[in-house]
Design a protein around this ligand. Structure first.
Ligand code: NAP
Length: 262
C-alpha cells in the first residue's frame, strides 16, 4: 500500500508542470525568457504593466506549448505584486524559477533640478526587485527549493556618468542577490545576479551610442537560463564584457571616462 502511495506521489510530481514567474515579460529579455520556458512546456506567470503586450506574449507562449497567466501589475505596487504572487503560487505545478527582470533606464537629468526621473529608476530597479522576491520566500523556504534570478547589469561595476542612478540600482540588486543567496542557501534557494552587456530590446533600441558586443535577445536568454539552472551566483556575459570591459571599468583612470563621457 505504502509503495503504491509513493508510486502515485512520484508520478504526480514527475508530471507536475514547472512554474516560472517573470517580471518585465511584455518585451525584451523577459518576453524571450517566456518563449524559451514555453518551449519547455512550463507554466509561466507573465508580469508587466502593458496588458495588451502581455496578452500577445501569452498567445505566442501557448503556440510554443506553454501555459501562462497574465498579471498586469506595476512592480512598484507591493500589494498588487503580493496578490499576483500568492495567486501564482496557488496554481497547480511546482515553483521552479523567479526572474526579477523588470527594469527601466534613463539619464539622471543632472540639470533638471528634479530627482523625479532618478527616483523612478531607483524605485523600479530596486523596490521592483524586493516586491518580486520577498513574497515568494516563505513558500520557497517551505518547499526547500527554488531558483531566483535578479537581472543586474555590466553597468553595475562602475558609476556611469549621466546614468549613475541606473548603474547604482544595478549594483544594489547585485549585492542584495549575493546577501540573500548566502542567507537562504540552507533552504535550497539559489540566487543568480545576471549581469548582461548590451542585449537587443526596447531599452537598447533607442541608444544612439555604439553598443559593443550587442547580443540577440534569444541568444542572451539561452545563456541566462543555463547560468540560472547551474545556480551560478553571478553571471556576467558576454565574455568580452567580463574579461575586458569590467576590468577596464574598474581600473581605468577617471580622465579616460571623462574623455568618452562615460
Ligand atoms: N537590454 C540590455 O542591454 C540590458 C543590459 C543589462 C541589463 N538589462 C536589464 O534587463 C532587464 C530587462 O530589460 P530589457 O532590456 O528587456 O528592456 P525592455 O524591453 O525595455 O523591458 C523592460 C521590461 O520591464 C517592464 N517594466 C518596466 N517598468 C515596470 C514597472 N514599473 N512594473 C512592471 N514592469 C515594468 C516593461 O514592461 P511594461 O512597460 O509593460 O511595464 C518591460 O517588460 C532590465 O532590468 C534591464 O535593466 C538590460
Amino acid at each position: 500500500m505504502n509503495a503504491l502511495v509513493l508510486f502515485i506521489d512520484f508520478s504526480l510530481n514527475s508530471t507536475m508542470k514547472k512554474k516560472v514567474f517573470i517580471t518585465g515579460a511584455s518585451s525584451g529579455i523577459g518576453e524571450y525568457l517566456a518563449y524559451a520556458y514555453a518551449k519547455q512546456g512550463c507554466f509561466i506567470g507573465l508580469v508587466a504593466r502593458r496588458k495588451d503586450r502581455l496578452d500577445q506574449v501569452a498567445t505566442q507562449c501557448s503556440k510554443f506549448g506553454g501555459q501562462t497567466k497574465v498579471y498586469a501589475v506595476d512592480v512598484l505596487n507591493g500589494s498588487d505584486c503580493k496578490k499576483a504572487i500568492d495567486d501564482f503560487i496557488a496554481l497547480p505545478g511546482e515553483m521552479d524559477t523567479i526572474y526579477a527582470n523588470a527594469g527601466v533606464g534613463s539619464p539622471d537629468g543632472l540639470s533638471s533640478g528634479s530627482a523625479e526621473k532618478m527616483n523612478h529608476v531607483l524605485s523600479v530597479n530596486i523596490l521592483g526587485v524586493t516586491n518580486t522576491v520577498m513574497p515568494f520566500l516563505p513558500h520557497l523556504k517551505e518547499i526547500r527549493k527554488g531558483k531566483i534570478a535578479i537581472i543586474s547589469s555590466v553597468a553595475s561595476f562602475r558609476g556611469l556618468a549621466h546614468h549613475a542612478a541606473y548603474s547604482g540600482s544595478k549594483a544594489a540588486v547585485r549585492n542584495m542577490s549575493q546577501g540573500w543567496g548566502t542567507a537562504l542557501h540552507k533552504y535550497g534557494i539559489s540566487f543568480t545576479a545576471v549581469c548582461p552587456g548590451f542585449i537587443k530590446s526596447e531599452m537598447t533600441g533607442d541608444n544612439a551610442f555604439p553598443m559593443p558586443f550587442l547580443m540577440e535577445t534569444n541568444v542572451a536568454v539561452q545563456k541566462i537560463m543555463h547560468a540560472v539552472d547551474q545556480r551560478k551566483k553571478v553571471f556576467i556575459f558576454p565574455w568580452q564584457m567580463k574579461y575586458f570591459m569590467i576590468p577596464l571599468m574598474k581600473w581605468a583612470p577617471d580622465w579616460m571616462f571623462r574623455r568618452f563621457g562615460m
